[in-house]
Design a binder for this molecule. Structure first.
Ligand code: MN
Ligand code: MN
Length: 486
């Protein structure tokens, strides 16, 4: 089957829309480097677009009617949006789903220590990372520190030009003979991924017994001595001054260490985007935007953006949580006619595009891919009939009848798409959230955007694929109907 390059299908007016969408996408990436930041950003956009919080409506018992828009956030890390359709909910919804967590280094609960004159934060990586990719690059710290009194301090250090950044050291090449003999999985070990956060000791003025400020104004020859762990003490002083935070507050903090810097256009032709966290924020952004841009439809629309996919969709904010089902039940209650059977029918008769990134063909590693069944950068929106590993284990498998229905919608709306597997059959694989929603019996297919160097600190996508996928979501939102499948 011949694959079209999506760029060739566009006219000037399409390119204009594409550039606008991709500029908004980059802004989403720059403002959403953690799940919490993504949820904040999405809530702001949703409220501007007239979405109301489900929990508030539950209290007043307001009755929802077609066209009404609501959202629900769970633990600040997952969000689901609904737009009520003209048909009863029990006839099913059209669901767009993606995840907003990305691989990174998480700061441990007792992280701060000093060694050899450096202050460090000990980390534990989150999701699948090639550890050697995380050394010697500028890193930023994003997250929250929740104190015992319940107050929350938000941290975001390393993104502004005049912010400091952080880094993980690596051994100089001159002494790396032994290191370079190691397997790539052992070159940098997990416990070596601690970030350097300081190198300047706090100086104690003995006479006044007062600590000098961090600019060392009390530096001098007399009456001063370095305290034990004085660099760590200096960092603690800064944390106290800037965030009113004590060392023990790390216990109830969620601090994520991510690559510092903004999403960039890539290539002389500016055809690509190079950025952190595109797995899976590229699908999250395009799904959300498609939802915001779609007006009242026959079937109720739903967009669910979840946490924890990278570590198995676990926990209260992962896809396996009952959060989604509970939100649908609450929605149905406000629409009138909630009962257990209606809820089950709603879920069973829903159609879903479960979106996640797919690996793009990389000519430098050609032998890892089946060229006939891999996604190409610029090849359009990607469909994976199945994912999984070692003989499709852990996969959803989209029904042929459902795929035919999607093909029909996409042909009518002239959406350029490609079908793909992750890579060669025996080389590995991965899972998504698709199989979890499929447990309700609904039709689900894995779809999304191709990414080059997926899971690296900086991942690449094609602007054309971002735009085409957005168009695909819009076509699905308005056109999918399980009645055409059964
Ligand atoms: Mn993913
Ligand atoms: Mn991933």
């Amino acid at each position: 089957m011949e694959k079209k390059n999506t760029w060739e299908t566009y006219e000037a007016k399409d390119i204009k829309k594409l550039e606008k969408l991709c500029a908004e996408y980059r802004s989403f990436l720059d403002n959403g480097k953690t799940e919490r930041e993504c949820v904040d950003y999405i809530v702001n956009l949703a409220e501007e677009a007239g979405y109301r919080e489900l929990a508030a409506l539950e209290k007043t018992g307001a009755e929802l009617k077609p066209g009404d828009k609501v959202y629900s956030v769970w633990m600040n890390k997952s969000i689901v949006m609904f737009q009520v359709g003209r048909k009863p909910l029990s006839q099913g919804m059209n669901i767009l789903g993606a995840h907003i967590d990305s691989p990174r280094l998480d700061v441990k609960q007792n992280p701060l220590y000093e060694e050899g004159g450096f202050a460090y934060l000990d980390t534990h990586y989150y999701g699948g990372v090639k550890k050697y990719q995380w050394v010697t690059i500028p890193l930023a710290i994003h997250g929250v520190v929740v104190k015992k009194d319940g107050s929350t301090v938000e941290l975001n250090v390393g993104e502004n030009e005049d912010d400091p950044v952080f880094f993980v050291s690596d051994l100089l090449i001159h002494l790396a003979q032994e290191q370079l003999e190691k397997k790539a999985s052992k070159v940098i070990e997990g416990e070596a991924l601690d970030i350097i956060i300081g190198n300047r000791p706090l100086v104690i003025d003995k006479k006044s017994d007062k600590k000098s400020d961090k600019n060392g104004k009390k530096d001098g020859q007399n009456g001063e001595q370095a305290a034990k762990d004085a660099v760590k003490a200096g960092i603690l002083q800064i944390l106290k001054d800037n965030y009113d935070m004590e060392e023990e507050d790390f216990v109830s903090a969620e601090l994520e260490v991510v690559p510092a810097g903004k999403a960039r256009e890539a290539g002389f032709d500016r055809s690509m985007i190079l950025a952190y966290g595109q797995d899976d924020r590229v699908c999250a952004f395009t799904s959300m935007q498609a939802m915001l841009d779609t007006s009242e439809t026959d079937r109720t629309l739903c967009c669910i953006l979840v946490d924890k996919e990278e570590i198995g969709s676990v926990g209260a904010t992962g896809m396996q949580s009952k959060f989604f089902e509970n939100a649908v039940a609450e929605l149905m209650n406000l629409c009138g006619g909630y009962n257990e059977l209606a809820l089950r029918r709603c879920l069973a008769h829903s159609c879903m595009l479960s979106s996640d990134v797919s690996s793009a063909y990389d000519p430098s590693y050609a032998s890892s891919f089946d060229k006939k069944n891999v996604a190409y950068l610029g090849g359009g929106m990607v469909f994976n009939k199945f994912t999984g590993a070692r003989g499709k284990s852990g996969s959803n498998d989209a029904n042929a009848e459902y795929i035919a229905h999607i093909r029909d919608i996409f042909a009518r709306e002239k959406i350029n798409f490609q079908t793909a597997e992750l890579g060669k059959v025996d080389l590995g694989g991965g899972g998504t959230i698709a199989y979890i929603l499929a447990l309700y019996g609904m039709n689900v297919i894995d779809s999304g955007v191709a990414v080059l160097n997926m899971h690296a600190p900086w991942e690449a996508t094609s602007k054309a694929d971002v735009y085409e996928t957005y168009r695909g979501y819009r076509a699905f939102a308005a056109g999918a109907d399980d009645a055409k499948v059964f």
